[in-house]
Design a protein around this ligand. Structure first.
Ligand SMILES: NC(=O)c1ccc[n+]([C@@H]2O[C@H](COP(=O)([O-])OP(=O)(O)OC[C@H]3O[C@@H](n4cnc5c(N)ncnc54)[C@H](OP(=O)(O)O)[C@@H]3O)[C@@H](O)[C@H]2O)c1
Length: 301
């Protein structure tokens, strides 16, 4: 019987658990659509207080209403967060630190893929700026609350696309050359390296960290794909996941009790998965950590 469930988990990312989250507080970035929305719905049904961290408030309100109606959980709130602007990230964190007594699960889910070259408000290239640096700063600003609320968890949405890129320490903002697919890969590689570094730094604090590849999921993420990739997408579409299936590994990492003793790993299809050698390079992880701190003007230690 266990084998059937393992096979289904492998093929469809299906997993089920009746773990409840009553009394727990969760933040989900990019909660208004796609994988973030279905993660919000699942955790709302488990009774958590959910803070939807979104940049588009009217869009988030539509999702909020739908999820409250569907889950019967009234404790779903929206707070504005634009990860492409460190001022917005700092304002968001200040509100959370002032208003919330506890934070048990931080889900760094929001992301942008293969957009035309552009910069964040602080002059960072958009994909590394939102997918890595924005979430890096957010985690830094919320870490004391997470530690105070331990056992607590941090989940970073990465991707198998981490294999598309390398970390360009000498051109992290892709000013010398920009290849949108490779730069997306760089940002998702940064998510895994950051998970490893965070896992090491948070050892024995009760805060554990997980990187997730959700699968290839039918969401709005592909909005910037070129025609060639869109054609490829149409071919593989029958083998892609729905957003509900795509949310399963995030939910697994957020609630599965046996993961409490694990940290710093990379998960897919509701289980530990393998990543590239570059994603296991702890020397690079430390260099990226230092560069990120320097770019954001922060000091963790
Ligand atoms: N879909 C896949 O096949 C796949 C595969 C591997 C990894 N992932 C990862 O999974 C995560 C979720 O992706 P998805 O597929 O659900 O994509 P999606 O449907 O495009 O959702 C992305 C979310 O991120 C938000 N976002 C983008 N830029 C933001 C910013 N500057 N500030 C705040 N929020 C921002 C979006 O907000 P708006 O609605 O306002 O744009 C949206 O809520 C991403 O990190 C992605 O890299 C997805």
């Amino acid at each position: 019987m266990a084998n059937i469930y393992t096979l289904r988990a492998f093929l469809f990312g299906e997993w089920s658990s009746d773990v409840r989250l009553d009394g727990k507080t969760v933040i989900i970035t990019g909660a208004n659509t796609g994988i973030g929305k279905e993660t919000t719905r699942d955790l709302a049904k488990r009774g958590a207080r959910i803070i939807m961290a979104c940049r588009d408030i009217p869009k988030a309100e539509v999702t909020q209403r739908e999820i409250i109606e569907d889950s019967g959980n009234q404790n779903i709130v929206i707070r504005k967060l634009d990860l492409s602007d460190t001022k917005s990230i700092r304002e968001f964190a200040e509100i959370i630190n002032n208003e919330e007594k506890q934070l048990h699960i931080l889900i760094n889910n929001a992301g942008v893929m293969m957009c035309p070259y552009s910069k964040t408000a602080d002059g960072f290239e958009m994909q590394i700026g939102v997918n890595h640096l924005g979430h890096f700063l957010l985690t830094f600003l919320l870490i004391d609350l997470l530690k105070k609320s331990a056992p607590s968890r941090i989940i970073l949405l990465s991707s198998m696309a981490h294999s598309w890129g390398t970390i360009k320490l000498d051109d992290i903002n892709s000013e010398k050359s920009y290849h949108s697919r490779r730069v997306y890969g760089q940002s998702k590689l940064a998510n895994i390296l950051c998970t490893r570094s965070l896992g090491r730094r948070l050892k024995d604090t009760g805060v554990t960290v997980y990187a997730v590849h959700p699968g290839i999921v039918r969401t709005e993420l592909k909005r910037h794909m070129n025609l060639g990739l869109l054609f490829l997408w149409k071919v593989v579409r029958p083998f892609t996941k729905t957003t509900v299936q795509g949310a399963q590994t995030t939910v697994y990492c957020a609630v599965e009790p046996s993961l409490q003793s694990e940290t710093g790993g990379y998960y897919s299809n509701c289980g530990l998965s393998s990543c590239t050698r570059a994603a296991r390079d702890d020397e690079m992880a430390e260099k990226l950590w230092e560069l990120s701190c320097q770019m954001l003007g922060i000091s963790w230690d």
